[in-house]
Design a protein around this ligand. Structure first.
Ligand code: HAM
Length: 429
């Protein structure tokens, strides 16, 4: 017997019951980004593998272990994008969007792919909304990005459940000096390091700072601190950011161990974390990457951005019970028609109503059925009211208007008056 076909592990269907919440979430974010003057960009899902190696970094978990990479029919190595920043930088360079030095505030939405171990809040295909800003080097724009996300948490009713963690990674020169000091310190204590950190000491030592191994964390207590190696410019930048967040009343904590898993960051890095989702608690993360555009072959160009994980934020809305009641229903009104003649009149009537009330969510019964079965379907649709067309209504050129929940008598409305009648009643209450 053939095995039934299934979706790939860690790649989820988003079912019709779930999409209203997704659309509410995506619409809320898009509206906010519009209001702050960000413009949407859409990049391909597949890029040359080289792009991700050069931007995210050869010795990061993403590039070493998590990419969906394949050879296409031309023999090119291609990769399903694991994140959006690299492709966005490639796109702005390719189209000369940042070349003139003018500020660019961009955003994107879409699926990303990482071959991680699936668990709650961690998937192999997941979705991000990301923002990237180019040619603005000051802390003012870092603060705006954070203020924007803070406003979003407010609009979604989840502010109390998220916490902002902040750090500065300094310039690449400062990081290099710190890396040497850290490697020297840990090198002398190699035997006490866990195996993974021993490997990272050679490849990506800063990532040891966010190791989950207790013994390694204990060892780090006496290790050199990144903050002590920060250059003047980065310190001033970081102070500027903190002052702006203080002025705007946005709470944050400094997490000196926050280093992020992608190599392109310098100066500001931040994560919004929640303790409501278990292990996968980072719902939004980002930072500054002033060196990336140049590294990818462009002129020196300041860059800063973030991306939020849509699945995690949807989970958080559900966990906190912050799903607006209005999105539970997708139908306002259900039209039942009994018999061939009533169906003909019903369709014509429905189309006339739609001409005049284009945003009305009117579902017309399809597939016929008895009085009982059509009412059952009307009830199941979630609509609060039904329109009824039977022989009697047909003869009188009226339509029945009947509340489906609670009390209330059926009324009869003349066909000619139907649209104006519907416009005058609140069909959601
Ligand atoms: P990231 O930290 O790798 O950063 O991902 C950003 C967010 O995407 C995470 O905080 C999380 O919410 C979500 N996410 C990541 N991996 C998964 C997964 N396997 N399953 C579910 N959600 C996930 C970046 O991607 C950077 N490009 C962000 C950025 C933009 N930095 C500057 N500009």
């Amino acid at each position: 017997m053939s095995k039934s076909l299934q979706a790939i592990r860690g790649m989820n269907d988003i079912l019709p019951e779930q999409t209203p919440l997704w659309r509410y979430f995506e619409g809320t974010v898009a509206g906010l980004l519009d209001a702050y003057g960000y413009r949407q960009i859409r990049m391909p899902i597949v890029e040359f593998t080289e792009l991700f190696k050069r931007s995210i970094g050869e010795v990061t978990d993403i590039v070493e272990k998590e990419m969906y990479t394949f050879e296409d029919r031309n023999g090119d190595s291609l990769t399903l994008r694991p994140e959006g920043t690299a492709a966005c930088v490639r796109a702005v360079l390719e189209h000369g969007i940042t070349g003139g030095g003018q500020a660019q505030k961009l955003w994107y939405i879409g699926p990303m792919f990482r071959h991680e171990r699936p668990q709650k809040g961690r998937y192999r295909q997941f979705h991000q909304i990301g923002v990237e800003v180019f040619n603005l080097a000051g802390p003012d724009i870092d603060a705006e990005l954070i203020a924007l996300t803070w406003r979003l948490w407010g609009a979604l009713g989840i502010r109390d459940a998220v916490k902002l963690e902040l750090n500065s990674l300094g310039t690449s020169a400062a990081r290099a000096r710190y890396r040497d000091a850290l490697v020297a310190f840990l090198g002398e204590r190699l035997g006490q390091l866990d195996e993974d950190s021993q490997r990272r000491l050679k490849t990506n030592p800063l990532r040891i700072l966010d190791s989950k191994v207790e013994q390694t964390q204990a060892l780090l207590a006496d290790a050199p601190k990144l903050a002590d190696y920060l250059d003047e410019e980065s310190q001033v930048h970081f102070e500027g950011l903190k002052a702006r967040l203080d002025a705007a009343g946005i709470p944050y904590v400094i997490n000196p161990k926050l280093v992020r898993g992608l190599d392109y960051y310098g100066k500001t890095v931040f994560e919004w974390v929640t303790d409501q989702l278990g292990a996968q608690g980072t719902v939004c993360a980002g930072g500054r990457y002033d060196g990336l555009v140049e590294q990818m072959g462009g002129k020196p160009t300041a860059g800063v951005g973030f991306a939020m994980g849509i699945e995690r934020l949807i989970l958080l809305l559900e966990t906190l019970g912050q799903v607006p009641a209005s999105i539970a229903r997708s139908v306002d009104l259900y039209l039942c028609a009994f018999g061939e003649q009533a169906e003909l009149a019903g369709l014509a009537l429905a189309e006339r109503v739609r001409d005049q009330l284009p945003s009305l969510r009117l579902q017309v019964n399809a597939g016929g059925g008895s009085f009982k079965s059509q009412f059952k379907k009307a009830d199941k649709s979630g609509a609060l009211y039904a329109l009824i067309l039977g022989d009697d209504e047909l003869a009188r050129q009226v339509v029945g208007f009947k509340p489906l929940r609670g009390q209330g008598e059926q009324e009869h409305i003349a066909w000619a008056d139907l649209a104006s009648f519907l416009a005058s009643v609140d069909l959601t209450a």
